[in-house]
Design a protein around this ligand. Structure first.
Ligand code: NAI
Length: 809
């Protein structure tokens, strides 16, 4: 009777004794898992505590550079045998992982809860099932990709011809310790790579249990290596010269450090960083569902979720009503021992994070926000933080812009859908967004305008292995999950064996001047006589004199001056970027069919000028190559006109009452540094996929052949390519490339020049974490359509946005 009257829950604690025994059996002291063996070699240790009680769970080794080196060597040594297995054999290992995770589900869930402080309800029902699902899903990919040969995977998938990158270094955070581990390890192993992974220092325990599972299933030694430690250990992995790729999830700050640390290397990089994701509620939304969504959006995992719906944007007319409902629901949230099965909100992972949340909330209040917390019981001991609602938040205030990473919701209002979109995108991040409306037109219209890698319609924080996850803008690049996530661990099989640029300089007829920064561009010509061609830059659909007022002499392959090209400067690049930014919004919305028409028209307008263009090109590459190159360029234009409406999105089928529409969206503005060999075909092979997919470009043509530009802009003018979609700025590639790479309004830079230029571009990209794509100084055979065009290019010209929509029963 008493219970019925109060409706209070009794305690329902999960039994942790099995896990405690496991910890005791290990002497509460964990080292690393390297080359199939558990080691306790490292002297330095740190402590892993239960944040709900402060109890010491275990001591952990701090991995030294020597440990990382041993792990990388083991991973390298294991690579050939791992890749020699058939796809089916690899699939069996991934499948075995999935099965063992299911068998050990309870132990893993309890250990995760103890180590991280998240509720057992979540580890049991979300984290661990998703870990198993991830291995099942990727077992499927291992099977379908097939064997790894010199020509790449043999299986009949879109990834045929791709090959694994090699040894992968992975660094993960503490908010979903085992789930992030699975997100990293499953695709890497399924694609035939070997792994060195570092768990977060706060939460290393489930990774150690997982390493035991690797032993149990007989995973070949060295295929998976786990090195424990903090940021210094992470930095040692990042800095190890024999690692081919780094995959990182964590703070944007560390993401930048890693981008910088890898800029001078050929390591591939994917970054999954922070977010400040909008949770948009329209006046016609089912408000009660939206409130439940918020519980999952911001109070799930104590708000320590990179894609947490931490910014509530609510239509003004329903704001007060929604706030009332939210407050009422917050009063019913239960906060307490994470091992209690009836608890909603567990403990914050560490004192550092608790302090940070406390500080940010105080800052929000100081900035004018109203802070509200429910009158609910909170344990007096342990790191607990009450669910918190901040209203009257100004969109530019700290709590609206900075990731709090705690159970704190910052609420703002809007009046129109346009204002909602503007507020939602008013952030440097772009990880996720969700839209609540019963009107399908409003919901999908807003979803299309979100600058975010994941958009949930009438749902939030739903994840699945089949659906890519990852950000736009400063939330990073690369995807995890789905076919889109596999690309992070692959490269076309032929790429690695291509010669380095300038190594075969004579054969390729690449001019000497292109190698170094002191090329012809320094030969300023002011009004030189007897030169027949003087070209200008091409910005916003117009020929534009260079801001410097200088031109430089362009020589033919025999050293004779054939014309003058402008010496472009920072100012010209800035103008071109401005034009590209303005043009990109409209061009991105032009239909694929419309873009195809314009590309066909471009080919049509170039064709009648074949004789003249071939003659110009012949100055640089000789008549024979010139004719072939022109014809190949026309064919390439046709190819990309064809691709515009054929490089399509996918529909993923997660095991829920939803589908996820994986749209391939334009990135925005793309800076291009074109190669010197095949000066026309190389340049166009980069411009075309970018514009075919709806981007606007700022291209720096080959420095030594820049007079060729004029042949292009005449054709662009007459082909209805909208002003600003293609901008051409000539000059020193090194200087212009740096400006492009550092420009905050450039969304991606592609560099197909030498290694120095590749590093410079990566280094310059740190500011806004723009995507970079470089050939790492390798020569690309532009004449071979299997290498110089197609999906490899189109993939870099797009980013995948997954829009989850309710579907079916
Ligand atoms: P963090 O970015 O410092 O740590 C993430 C991982 O990176 C850990 O394994 C850490 O040991 C490692 N690491 C740190 N410095 C490194 C370096 N120089 N080189 C290589 N690896 C390094 O994140 P932290 O300090 O744990 O949390 C700080 C804030 O970051 C949080 O308040 C939150 O805002 C954000 N964060 C975002 C996450 C996300 O999923 N987007 C996850 C964790 C944190």
């Amino acid at each position: 009777m008493e219970k019925f009257q109060s409706m209070e829950y009794g305690p329902a604690p999960e039994d942790a004794s099995g896990v405690m025994q496991w910890l005791d059996a290990h002497g509460r002291w964990f080292g690393h898992y390297i080359d199939g063996a558990f080691t306790k070699s490292s002297a330095a240790k740190f402590e892993s505590k239960n944040p709900a009680t402060g109890e010491l769970l275990a001591s952990i080794a701090q991995g030294e550079a020597a440990d990382v080196d041993r792990a990388v060597k083991a991973a390298r040594a294991a690579l050939p045998a791992w890749q020699a297995l058939t796809g089916h054999q690899r699939a069996r290992y991934l499948y075995a992982f999935a099965r063992q995770v299911q068998k050990h589900a309870r132990k893993l869930a309890v250990l995760e809860t103890l180590d991280n402080g998240k509720s057992i309800r979540e580890t049991r029902d979300i984290d661990i099932p998703l870990v198993a699902r991830h291995f099942y899903y990727h077992a499927g990919w291992a099977q379908l990709l097939g064997d790894v040969t010199d020509n790449g995977y043999t299986g009949d998938t879109d990834l045929k011809g791709y090959a694994p990158v090699g040894v992968v270094g992975q660094i993960i955070p503490w908010n979903f310790p085992l789930l992030m581990f699975a997100w990293k390890v499953a695709p890497a192993l399924a694609t035939g790579n070997t792994v060195v992974i570092k768990p977060a220092e706060f939460t290393p325990l489930t990774a150690m249990l997982f390493a035991e599972i690797a032993d149990e299933i007989g995973l070949p030694k060295g295929v998976l290596n786990v090195v424990n430690g903090d940021g210094a250990t992470g930095a040692a992995i990042v800095g190890h010269p024999d690692v081919d790729k780094i995959a990182f999830t964590g703070s944007t700050e560390v993401g930048r450090i890693i981008r910088k640390a890898t800029a001078n290397t050929t390591k591939k990089l994917s970054l999954e960083l922070g977010g400040k994701s909008p949770f948009i509620v329209f006046d016609d939304a089912d408000l009660d569902s939206a409130v439940e969504g918020l519980v999952d959006g911001i109070w799930f995992n104590q708000g320590q979720v990179c894609c947490a719906g931490s910014r509530l944007l609510v239509q003004e007319s329903v704001a007060e009503r929604l706030y009332d409902k939210i407050r009422a629901r917050m009063e019913t949230l239960r906060i307490g021992s994470p091992l209690d099965k009836a608890i909603d909100i567990g403990a914050i992972v560490d004192q550092v994070q608790h302090d940070r949340i406390t500080k940010l909330v105080a800052m929000g209040v100081a900035e004018g926000a109203t802070c509200w917390q429910p009158e609910i019981a909170v344990p007096t001991k342990g790191l607990f933080f009450k669910p918190t609602l901040l209203t009257n938040v100004h969109p530019s205030s700290t709590v609206a812009q900075e990731e709090i990473f705690g159970p704190v919701l910052a609420a703002m209002t809007f009046r129109t859908p346009a204002e909602a979109v503007e507020l939602a995108n008013n952030t440097a991040y772009g990880l996720a967004a969700c839209v609540w409306s019963e009107n399908v037109n409003v919901a999908l219209d807003v979803a299309a305008q979100m600058k975010a890698g994941v958009v949930w319609v009438n749902a939030t924080n739903v994840f699945d292995a089949a659906v890519g996850f990852g950000g736009y803008r400063e939330s990073g690049y690369g995807r995890e999950g789905g076919v889109e996530g596999l690309y992070e661990y692959l490269e076309p099989a032929w790429v690695k064996s291509e010669p380095k640029m300038f190594a075969s300089i004579d054969e390729k007829q690449v001019l000497r001047s292109a190698q170094d920064d002191n090329s012809g561009v320094d030969d300023h010509i002011e009004g030189a006589l007897g030169i027949d061609r003087t070209v200008k830059n091409y910005i916003n659909g117009k020929q534009a004199r260079p801001d410097s007022g200088y031109s430089y002499a362009v020589h033919d392959r025999n050293g004779k001056v054939v014309g003058e090209a402008p010496v472009g400067s920072r100012k010209d690049i800035r103008n071109a970027v401005e034009a590209a930014r303005a043009a990109s919004a409209k061009w991105g919305k032009t239909t694929a069919h419309g873009r195809a028409q314009i590309l066909y028209y471009l080919a049509e307008n170039l064709l009648p000028r074949r004789g003249e263009i071939v003659a110009h090109l012949a100055d640089f590459v000789g008549p024979e190559q010139a004719a072939v190159e022109f014809d190949a360029t026309i064919e390439r234009i046709f190819s990309y006109a064809a691709w515009t409406d054929k490089y399509e999105g996918t529909v993923h089928n997660p095991p829920f009452r939803m589908v996820s529409v994986a749209m391939k969206e334009a990135i925005g503005t793309v800076g291009i540094l074109a190669p010197d060999d095949a000066p026309l075909l190389g340049l166009m092979s980069l411009i075309l996929p970018a514009i075919a997919m709806g981007n606007a470009v700022i291209a720096v043509p080959s420095e030594r052949c820049a007079t060729l530009m004029s042949d292009l802009y005449q054709a662009l003018d007459t082909s209805d390519v909208p002003a600003g979609v293609v901008n051409l700025v000539a000059g020193k590639a090194s200087e212009l490339g740096k400006t492009l790479a550092e420009h905050d309004d450039v969304d991606a830079v592609w560099c197909f020049r030498d290694e120095t230029a590749s590093s410079m571009v990566k280094l310059g990209s740190i500011g806004n974490l723009k995507q970079t794509w470089t050939n790492e100084g390798r020569v690309i055979d532009w004449f071979d359509p299997a290498r110089g065009e197609g999906r490899w290019f189109l993939r870099h010209a797009t980013q995948v946005k997954n829009i989850w929509v309710p579907y079916g029963e």
